[in-house]
Design a protein around this ligand. Structure first.
Ligand code: F6R
Ligand code: MG
Ligand code: MG
Length: 380
């Protein structure tokens, strides 16, 4: 944490904390009353000077709190504020009898840090530059590993990010902090030198997930101890030990001026790559980039969506959001994703539309297998 004045850092922290605390008609969209409630809670926190600024959005059934402050990451006050806001929204959801009211709040009471309690968290603490463009990505009906491919492309693939070739300030590359979410361990890999090792891990996206990206050694413009991207890596099934809901992930990415340009940050989503987590957390499908108004997973509870909210920071204030995928240039991706949806759906319950057996461990499928267990006989 940087120098503190009155317990506050000179650096800005952006905290993106999300939870599904109820939606309608099924796991579809957040009700406007929940959005209003969350906005009111955020406005109060701003008035009390807990927050510098806040923006409330939804991606499908997930309520998204984008907050700025000077308290650093993993701060108790900020996490408590998010938790209380989700609890207040849960009360509203219960009154309206919304579907899955309070579903992501896995414990009864807040205990210091919201991580491991159900909600997803992505946080960045850094010194605000003269111009500080920031993108908040929010996904629905998928898992944290869905960010592996696009974040890799942003910071390590010269076929995506022209700046890795053209701009000498990017030539030192970037460092990827990868978490093994099954065994709770992490490793730092430097690109471009360790690109193959990085890909060997993050291709296994249900286990190895990119948590943060850091400027590479000797970056001429950025402090090396300030991350440039962060992804939420919470897996609800690993916390609860059973299928309890979705890990729909979020990410924060800084851009420009020694970092990938804004267009290079959003370009990987023109692919519509295949991700896991669609329908009952059990299916693969294409990730469709959409404008805010289309973040609404209806067909077969999907296909999975991603929205991108663009901001510049103005002394900690969030100037924006700009709805970055609300652009006809992404129409062909959406069209292709709809076609891939048709193709995948025709596989019905067969892999690779349905996830492989090892990834089904935390779904409701093992209960079906248990029922059949005693029916098996030895085959010759
Ligand atoms: C939730 C999701 C949905 C649900 C499905 C069944 O984000 O992915 O596909 O898994 O609608 O939900 P339940 O079990 O609540 O009836
Ligand atoms: Mg839901
Ligand atoms: Mg969701």
């Amino acid at each position: 944490m940087a120098t503190r004045r009155n317990g506050e850092s000179s650096k800005i922290t952006v905290s993106l904390i999300k939870a599904d605390v109820g939606s309608y008609p099924g796991h579809t969209v957040v009700h406007p009353d929940l959005l209003e409630t969350a906005k009111r809670e955020m406005a109060k926190a701003k008035q009390q000077k807990t927050l510098l600024d806040a923006c409330v959005l939804n991606c499908g059934d997930d309520l998204e709190l984008i907050m700025t402050h000077r308290k650093g990451t993993d701060n108790r006050t900020i996490h408590q504020l998010a938790w209380n806001t989700f609890e207040t929204c849960t009360e509203v959801a219960k009154k309206l009898k919304l579907y899955g009211a309070g579903q992501d709040l896995l414990v009864d009471a807040f205990s210091g840090n919201i991580r491991g309690m159900g909600p997803g968290v992505a946080e960045l603490e850094f010194t605000e530059r003269k111009g500080e463009p920031l993108v908040a990505f929010m996904m629905d009906k998928t898992e944290p590993g869905a960010f592996n491919l696009p974040v890799y492309k942003m910071f390590a693939d010269p076929f995506n990010t022209a700046g890795l070739i053209i701009d000498p300030t990017l030539h030192g590359g970037f460092d990827f902090e990868v978490w093994d979410i099954i065994e709770s361990r992490k490793v730092l890999l430097h690109t471009p030198a360790e690109l193959y090792d990085l890909l060997a891990l993050i291709g296994t996206k249900s286990r190895y997930v990119i948590k943060r990206v850091w400027p590479g050694k000797g970056h001429p413009k950025l402090p090396l101890d300030e991350p440039v991207a962060a992804v939420s890596t919470e897996k609800l099934s690993l916390i609860a030990g059973e299928y309890v809901g979705k890990d729909d992930p979020v990410a924060l990415v800084r851009s420009q001026s020694g970092l990938p340009a804004l267009g290079e940050v959003i370009e990987p989503f023109a692919h519509g790559h295949l991700v896991s987590g669609w329908m009952r957390g059990s299916h693969n499908g294409p990730l469709m980039p959409v404008g805010f108004k289309d973040a609404r997973c209806t067909r077969f509870d999907g296909p999975p969506r991603v929205i991108a909210a663009g901001f510049v920071l103005t002394n900690g204030a969030l100037t924006g959001p700009v709805d970055l995928f609300d652009d006809p240039a992404f129409n062909p991706t959406r069209q292709r994703a709809a076609e891939i949806t048709d193709y995948m759906r025709r596989h019905g319950p067969f892999e690779p539309h349905r996830l492989p057996a090892e990834d089904m461990e935390y779904t409701t499928l093992p209960k079906v297998m248990a029922k059949l267990k005693d029916r098996f006989q030895k085959a010759e």
